[in-house]
Write a protein that binds this ligand. Structure first.
Ligand code: GN1
Ligand code: MG
Length: 345
């Protein structure tokens, strides 16, 4: 059993109980595993780290290790999930196929608040991400590596789109004229963000960079926040993207790959702002606080740009479930971008 063999690099146990896939990430593969040690059942989270996307897996693990240790020393109101070391040392197991595996604590009785959650849950999740940002406020940004260079550097992502428009590797450009025209509407806003970054109005901070609804764990019974997970992209960034990704994933009436029209839920946006600011209003700059919704437009537009680029490149980055998945995602995010700009940005 290959999964059991992987797990045995991390733990000694008596009896393997099995494995099941969990979560719905677009990049890594995540499983819950179970085994027995001296008659006691243990559950852990096993994950295959996608090394085609995270090209330096050791650097990712080193970032996560540093951040987890730092958080554990703060007055941090949630659980941390530091990766487990192998019995022989090191945080990654490489299998014969060259895949990278790691293990994290599994947090029982938890769920991620995806779907049409109400304002109380949105508030709780945003407060959790706010508490995460607060706890890392004094973490020296230059101690972290960029696990994906230029992750939220939208100028760089725009250049990648231009490149794929030129090379058109799978001949999709001519069927995508509407979406390509639509993404150009976002260009002035992307420029505005670059300008705010350069001017110092958006200082470099240690940010999570993937604060979607699926990356906060809540208690199944009390609905309190248990943990902020998926620290693969914790690195220097701008706080607006962390707020923006919450709006992008909590506020719409449908998920990011829904082919029908999406609209925004204003009560959720208000709750996200309230929750996030309850942990950040006393230390974020005014120029950051007043641009939070600009962050929502930015990160939604950037997500549209990323899905569109991947569609035109031939689906080389995001996992897809059907042929036009990335195109459907692009249209959804473009519609959401327009809705945010029309009302807020
Ligand atoms: C990816 O793998 P997952 O689902 O946590 C992506 C995010 C996107 C998100 C869109 C490393 O996150 O940046 O916002 O898909 N992660 C990476 O759902 O690119
Ligand atoms: Mg992620």
């Amino acid at each position: 059993m290959p999964y059991e063999t992987i797990a045995r690099h991390f733990f000694n146990f008596d009896r393997w109980l099995g494995i099941e896939p969990i979560g719905n990430g677009h990049i890594n593969d995540t499983y819950r595993i179970g085994f027995e040690v001296e008659g006691r059942v243990q559950w852990w989270l096993l994950q295959r780290l996608n090394h085609h996307i995270f090209k330096q897996p050791d650097v990712v693990m080193e970032n996560i290790r540093k951040v987890s240790i730092f958080l554990e020393k703060q007055a941090y109101p949630m659980q941390t999930t530091a990766p487990v070391a192998k019995l022989s040392g090191g945080l990654l197991h490489t299998d014969a196929q060259g895949n990278y595996w790691r293990i994290f604590p599994y947090i029982p009785d938890s769920y991620t608040p995806e779907g049409l959650v109400g304002p109380e849950i949105a508030f709780t999740a945003a407060r959790a991400y706010g508490a995460f940002a607060r706890a890392l406020q004094h973490f020296p940004a230059n101690n972290l590596s960029e696990t994906i260079p230029g992750f939220h550097d939208t100028d760089r992502r725009w250049a990648a789109l231009e490149e794929v428009l030129k090379t058109d590797p799978v001949g999709r450009v001519r069927f995508t004229a509407q979406e390509i025209a639509a993404i150009h509407e976002a260009l002035p806003l992307f420029r505005q963000i670059s300008h705010l970054k350069q001017s110092g109005a958006l200082p470099v901070r240690v940010t999570h960079n993937d604060t979607k609804a699926g990356n906060v764990l809540l208690n199944m019974h009390t609905h309190q926040a248990l943990a902020v997970i998926d620290l693969d992209t914790v690195m220097p960034g701008a706080i607006l993207s962390d707020f923006g990704d919450m709006v992008r994933t909590f506020a719409p009436t449908a998920p990011e790959d829904n082919p029908e029209a999406v609209s925004l839920r204003p009560d959720i946006i208000a709750a996200l702002e309230e929750g996030f600011l309850s942990e950040t209003a006393d230390w974020l700059l005014e120029s950051e606080q007043k641009h939070l919704m600009l962050g929502a437009a930015w990160i939604t537009g950037e997500q549209a740009l990323r899905f569109l680029t991947d569609w035109l490149a031939g689906d080389v980055y995001y996992k897809i479930q059907y042929a036009e998945h990335n195109l459907v995602r692009t249209r959804n995010q473009l519609a959401l971008f327009r809705a945010i700009v029309a009302k807020y940005a």
